[in-house]
Design a protein around this ligand. Structure first.
Ligand SMILES: [Zn+2]
Length: 465
């Protein structure tokens, strides 16, 4: 730009007056030129956004996620940053990409930054933009499936590491980044096998960071536990009879009594949330998901016949702070009592998930003084000018449970403030500024976490503080 102006300048062969005018104009235009430092910063943030978009554009929707394309992309990122990498297939066709940045004291427990690569399917016709287009609109919102859940977090880890590495930062603890498959379908071929693997044992993980939820307020939402799914099917039996006859103990009547009892319990739990006494994740939720009864006919159901069997299914979510024995008693005594010709199955479709870890302790990560990682997270977020809300119980399931089952602390945290919760929803988006801010937050967390040496070094290394 400068050169062109100068060329124009030299080609003007006019009076001194015009020369002065041109010089003045030239100086003026020089003052308007962008500051080269700002230009570089803008350039790098657009490069950061473009890398995020590239990851979002890889269609990793269940049930046919493009796992290898995602793995190739992540490995290319690792190479450009200079991280050790490996792709592990515990199950063929389902790679877990594991990256490592070795610390200067590799014997200290490591930090695991965990994310999943798959996303839930979309109903494209209900979206304003292509769900795998990563369209950036004029408000800075980036639309894509996975923009909140949770490709944002995976890429933010990478960008934070990229920045720290290029700044010359040297971690004391080793840091791992895991990009795992299949979280959206239960994590059995991903996180579960990973947490059980020899590779995982050799990593000597001290703390896991995993996904949280967007926050409509200015405070980020950290999660220290999650509710365990109990899928319950209850079945009632009774004498069949004519549709016109009134009699006791029909299967339908028996089932309806149970449904009424379940509904009363559901309302009592919901009231605690409505009144503000408890958060959503702190109560036991129960929702009826199917009803099955009746005698089929070619046009629907036989209408003058009371069936001898009737069934209902419930999705129950149990927080680790609840008493599972008392819930089981309630099911046996009130919801499906033998005295009313009822049977029940817990976990007909899926194991009834435990609320205890492998040491028999409640399946949760402490957020008091006994867990230094919690205080360090608070400190790191504050240092990066972020605000952290109070720790919550995640209302649904995440891969964190596989790490907590091993007795490891795992904190669910996705730095998205002032953002509507759109995970699994149509038009999922994340704002550019929130995304970039989240990188600063992780940069701070990684610095604080990898520099922490007190806890694991009982003696000797205290001077390193
Ligand atoms: Zn997720």
């Amino acid at each position: 730009m400068d050169r062109r102006h100068l060329a124009n300048c030299s080609s003007t062969n006019h009076s001194l007056f015009f020369l002065v005018v041109v010089v003045v104009l030239l100086l003026h235009s020089c003052l308007l030129l962008p500051n080269p430092l700002v230009a570089v910063a803008e350039d790098s943030s657009s490069a950061i956004i473009s890398r995020f978009q590239q990851y979002l554009q890889i269609d990793t929707a269940q049930p046919n996620p493009g796992y290898h394309e995602a793995a190739d992309f992540l490995i290319s990122q690792a190479k450009s940053i200079g991280l050790e990498f490996q792709s592990i297939e515990f199950v063929d066709g389902k790679p877990l990409v594991l990256l490592k940045w070795a610390g200067s004291q590799p014997t200290l427990p490591s930090i695991l930054l965990y994310s999943h690569t798959d996303v839930v399917p979309v109903e494209q016709h209900k979206w304003a933009y292509p769900a795998f287009g990563a369209h950036l609109d004029s408000h800075g919102n980036i639309y894509a499936r996975g923009s909140q859940d949770m490709k944002c977090v995976g890429m933010q880890y990478l960008e934070a590491v990229r920045r720290l590495k290029s700044s010359g930062f040297q971690p004391i603890r080793s840091i791992y980044l895991a990009f795992a498959p299949d979280e959206e379908i239960g994590g059995h071929d991903g996180a579960e096998k990973f947490a059980d693997s020899d590779i995982f044992r050799t990593m000597n993980v001290g703390i896991v960071l995993d996904e949280g939820l967007a926050s409509p307020s200015e405070k980020y939402r950290p999660f220290f536990a999650e509710r365990s799914p109990w899928w319950l099917v209850i079945k009632a039996f009774g004498a069949p009879g004519h549709g016109a006859k009134l009699y006791d103990n029909s299967a339908m009547e028996n089932l309806l009594k149970s449904i009424e009892s379940v509904r009363r319990f559901r309302a009592s739990q919901f009231d605690l949330v409505k009144s503000g006494l408890k958060e959503e994740g702190e109560v036991i939720s129960v929702n009826m998901v199917f009803l099955k009864a009746g005698t089929p006919s070619p046009t629907g159901f036989v209408m003058n016949l009371q069936p001898s069997e009737a069934e209902a299914g419930f999705d129950i979510r149990v927080p680790p702070t609840a008493d599972p024995e008392s819930l089981e008693r309630r099911i046996a005594e009130e919801w499906a009592p033998v005295s009313r010709n009822m049977t029940y199955q817990l976990g007909q479709f899926k194991q009834k998930a435990t609320v205890y870890d492998s040491f028999g302790r409640p399946l949760l990560t402490k957020t008091d003084n006994s867990n230094p990682w919690w205080a360090l997270l608070e400190e790191a977020v504050k240092k990066a000018n972020g605000k952290l809300g109070k720790p919550e119980i995640f209302p649904a399931a995440t891969d964190s449970r596989y790490f907590r089952l091993k007795g490891l602390p795992s904190i669910g945290f996705s730095p998205m403030a002032n953002t509507p919760i759109l995970l699994h929803d149509h038009n999922e988006f994340l704002n550019r500024a929130q995304y970039l801010k989240g990188i600063d937050i992780y940069e701070s967390i990684i610095k604080v976490y990898t520099s922490y040496v007190v806890q694991a070094s009982n003696e000797g290394t205290k001077d390193e503080l």
